[in-house]
Design a protein around this ligand. Structure first.
Ligand code: MN3
Length: 282
């Protein structure tokens, strides 16, 4: 699917206004699952009252509350389809820590498959609503929305959480995020150790996340299995690492810990800090 989209085609839709979105009604959808008015966001595109919600059949919002939808370019208002955002850098930008081939396959094949899977599942659920589909498959397709929707959110965030080493990637957090990490973990070094342990011990395919729990505004680390399992509902992402084997196997084979270590050379702390600032300002 992604091979049919050039970066310019994809980025062209970023300038289109994205309509206000319905609060998420499906549980377990990615780290940023938006759940009702408690997660009303400062973004000008967010619903401010029930009357602002789109009419029946309008797209479901799945982007986290501390991320402006247009910023991620994950949905095309014109077609009503979720779309694969272009990578914000070249495939080889993360060398030598993540090889170009891995980036290419990860984005063009894996992420694209989540986008396609999400659109497919939503279309099937729409068919069921119109009585044209098989209602006994609601559970299956709802699960598909959760898995592929989670994948679409997670990867869309992940690309932005990376930057080339020494050119926006690496170093350490600054500002309020640095202070919060110090307060929550005792030191940056202790945070790093715990993040590595979290990511390193995810069972099977999944993610390690640093996020803000929206009620307490505290930082927490947690594991996401597959794309959506074990996620904390409403958690606002700050930093995530994909530890599915497809994210590192070509270069690192079974040595996930080496990949996680290298990942620290690529973290875009400026972007992560922005996500943190928005999360706690809500
Ligand atoms: Mn992945």
């Amino acid at each position: 699917m992604s091979n049919e989209h050039s970066p310019s085609e994809l980025s062209s839709s970023s300038s289109e206004p994205i309509r206000r979105r319905e609060a998420l009604a499906i549980l377990g959808l990615g780290v940023g699952a938006v759940a009702g008015s408690a997660f009303a966001q400062p973004s000008p595109t967010s619903p401010t009252s029930p009357k602002d919600l789109p009419a029946k059949g309008a797209p479901i919002a799945i982007v986290p509350g501390n991320v402006a939808p247009a910023e991620l370019n994950v949905f095309d208002e014109a077609t009503g389809q979720f779309i694969l955002p272009a990578l914000p850098y070249a495939f080889d930008a993360m060398e030598p820590h993540i090889d170009a081939k891995t980036m290419e396959i990860h984005h063009d094949k894996h992420h694209a498959a989540y986008v396609a899977g999400l659109n497919k599942a939503l279309a099937e659920l729409a068919r069921i609503r119109s009585a044209a589909g098989d209602s006994s498959l609601v559970k299956f397709w709802a699960n598909q929305v959760s898995f592929h929707g989670g994948g679409h959110i997670n990867h869309s965030l992940f690309w932005n959480m990376l930057a080339p080493a020494g050119k926006g990637g690496g170093g350490s957090p600054r500002g309020k995020l640095a202070e919060a990490i110090q307060k929550s973990f005792g030191s940056y070094e202790q945070f790093v150790a715990q993040f590595k342990a979290t990511a390193g011990s995810v069972e099977g395919g999944g993610w390690g996340w640093l996020a803000v729990e929206p009620w307490s505004k505290q930082l927490l680390l947690f594991q996401g299995e597959k794309q959506q399992d074990l996620m904390v509902t409403g958690a606002l992402p700050v930093l995530g690492i994909d530890v599915w084997e497809h994210a590192y196997y070509l270069k690192y084979q079974n040595k996930r810990a080496d990949y996680v270590n290298s990942f620290f050379n690529l973290i875009n702390w400026e972007y992560c800090g922005k996500l943190y600032d928005r999360a706690v300002a809500r």
